[in-house]
Write a protein that binds this ligand. Structure first.
Ligand code: G3P
Ligand code: CA
Length: 225
């Protein structure tokens, strides 16, 4: 049962910040889920929303800003939006990374960063799983580099996700946890896929999913697993 921190240890530190990732490592997670998107100048940053408004002291579309401009905004007064490369350096292979693509445009850049990490550092492809609700983006990743493990995200249709996972030879299905029961968990696993439900925060739900023997749980509170 793998313990996977959602946007870092989001329950304890501001999401998708270095502090949240360090907190997750303190909690001895097996993996960290994070969200990525492209800046106006083509850098891959770790940030969930389309706009700056909820999480930072800035306003407007994230994709309208260059990286240097984004560095001038703060999260909860003391954190900066990190780049994916900065997170790779902070995590330093201490756990695997579930990189969720929030926009299609980032595919080739994300693949290049993973390939560079594997080539020049001690990362391996097994330290990564790229996921997205945008299945076209997942198909693009699998075409760009079939060695990169893929997780198919779904909020509402397990069967469709399973069929798609077969076509791109994905590693895992990442369903909203409400979609799962003991029977369909086993069905997915019998077809050779891992099952990583999200975002499971209540102890009763965590216990139920443990009974289904899912392969890992994505949670804001890794210490509850
Ligand atoms: O990857 C699972 C989960 O993170 C998907 O939803 O909105 O938290 O990115 P969201
Ligand atoms: Ca996410």
């Amino acid at each position: 049962m793998l313990k996977i921190a959602h946007r870092g240890a989001k329950g304890y530190e501001p999401e998708n910040t270095k502090a949240a990732f360090l907190k997750a490592l303190d909690m001895q997670v097996d993996g960290i889920e994070l969200d990525v998107q492209l800046t106006a100048d083509g850098e891959v940053i770790v940030f969930h929303d389309d706009t700056l408004d909820r999480m930072t002291n800035g306003k407007g579309l994230v994709s309208a800003f260059k990286l240097a401009e984004l560095y001038s905004f703060s999260i909860a007064e003391k954190h900066q939006i990190p780049t994916l490369q900065e997170v790779l350096d902070v995590v330093d292979t201490k756990c695997f990374l579930n990189i969720e693509l929030k926009n299609t445009g980032s595919c080739s850049r994300v693949v290049a960063l993973i390939e560079a990490a594997v080539l020049v550092k001690k990362w391996t492809y097994q330290h990564f799983i790229v996921s997205s609700f945008d299945w076209n983006a997942l198909r693009e990743i699998s075409l760009l580099n079939p060695k990169i493990p893929i997780g198919v995200l779904t909020e509402n249709n397990l069967d469709l996700a399973l069929t798609f996972a077969e076509t791109i030879q994905a590693k895992a299905i990442h369903p909203h946890y409400h979609l799962l029961d003991a029977e369909n968990t086993k069905k997915i696993q019998d077809k050779g896929f891992l099952v990583f439900p999200w975002t499971v925060n209540e102890t009763a739900d965590i216990d139920r999913l443990k009974r289904y023997q899912v392969n890992g749980i994505i949670t804001d509170y890794p210490d509850r697993i």
